[in-house]
Design a protein around this ligand. Structure first.
Ligand code: NAP
Length: 244
């Protein structure tokens, strides 16, 4: 009953699901939020957590989600993703709108809803999962890289705006992680999604979750501002080593 509460958005799959498990292993009572409630519920049952329906695109859903979580010490802003892979001149505005909405405004909404509770805990931690796409750009990726740059800018601004308050801000910027990410990006096309990871050893969701759990469990005066985590086979977004 006395375990500190960690809230993980996008906890139904990939990095979020692995993070929920890792934080439970580190002693947190985990609240899992995503649209696919059943998947969250299965993980919650496994780790003794709580699953609550959450659509970060819907302000009412975010408000209802936050309303049933009375206290929180850690918030992991993980819900997000990419849609499409086209040059800017062929940009699909609906896909761009979705990427900006889920990665940027979704993070904004959830962070606003939980900040008072994180501060009240006396040692709050906001972990935001951005990407190396927040640090560099790549061809055909501007919808996603621009959204991740904006998400990162907001997160770093929050860090500065809360100096002196009992809350830490950790940005996690992963490179290639094999999750449902590419399946979502390519509209369910398995072949295109598999191609992203072909010939190299990508990170697993658990690799990233380990780093998040480590950052969230440092002493209260230690803020791991930015952690970039990439596969050994990846130098940058556009430069990887692939075995034939
Ligand atoms: P994933 O397996 O596709 O997970 C994405 C998660 O976001 C899912 O749990 C999904 O849950 C949730 N989500 C999507 N829209 C949502 C919404 N409107 N409301 C609430 N939750 C929503 O991909 P992942 O790789 O674990 O992605 C997690 C984060 O890591 C994302 O922010 C992504 O941009 C970032 N990232 C991924 C990689 C990579 O290579 N995989 C690299 C760098 C950064 P529901 O569909 O159930 O709602």
């Amino acid at each position: 009953m006395d375990r500190p509460v960690a809230v993980v958005t996008g906890a139904s799959s990939g990095i979020g699901a692995a993070t929920a498990r890792a934080l439970a292993g580190a002693g947190f009572q985990v609240v899992l939020g995503a649209r696919r409630l059943q998947l969250c519920q299965e993980i919650a049952d496994e780790i003794g957590g709580t699953a609550i329906s959450l659509d970060v695109l819907d302000p009412d859903s975010v408000a209802a989600f936050a309303a049933v979580v009375p206290a929180a010490r850690v918030l992991v802003n993980n819900a997000g993703g990419a849609k499409g892979f086209e040059p800017v001149m062929a940009a699909d505005e609906d896909q761009w709108r979705w990427m900006w909405e889920v990665n940027v405004l979704g993070t904004l909404r959830v962070t606003k809803a939980f900040m008072p509770k994180l501060i009240d805990s006396g040692d709050g931690v906001v972990v935001t999962v951005t990407s190396i796409a927040a640090l560099e750009i790549y061809d055909n990726g501007a919808g996603y890289t621009s959204a991740k740059h904006a998400q990162s800018a907001m997160h770093r601004t929050l860090r500065a705006e809360h100096l002196g308050q009992p809350v830490r801000f950790v940005e996690i910027a992963p490179g290639l992680v094999e999750t449902e990410f590419s399946l979502v990006r390519f509209g369910g096309d398995n072949e295109k999604a598999d191609h992203v990871y072909a010939g190299l050893t990508p990170l697993t969701a658990e690799d990233v979750a380990d780093v998040i759990a480590f950052a969230a469990t440092r002493p209260a005066h230690v803020d791991l501002d930015l952690i970039v985590v990439k596969p050994r086979d990846q130098y940058s977004a556009m430069r990887t080593f692939r075995r034939s």
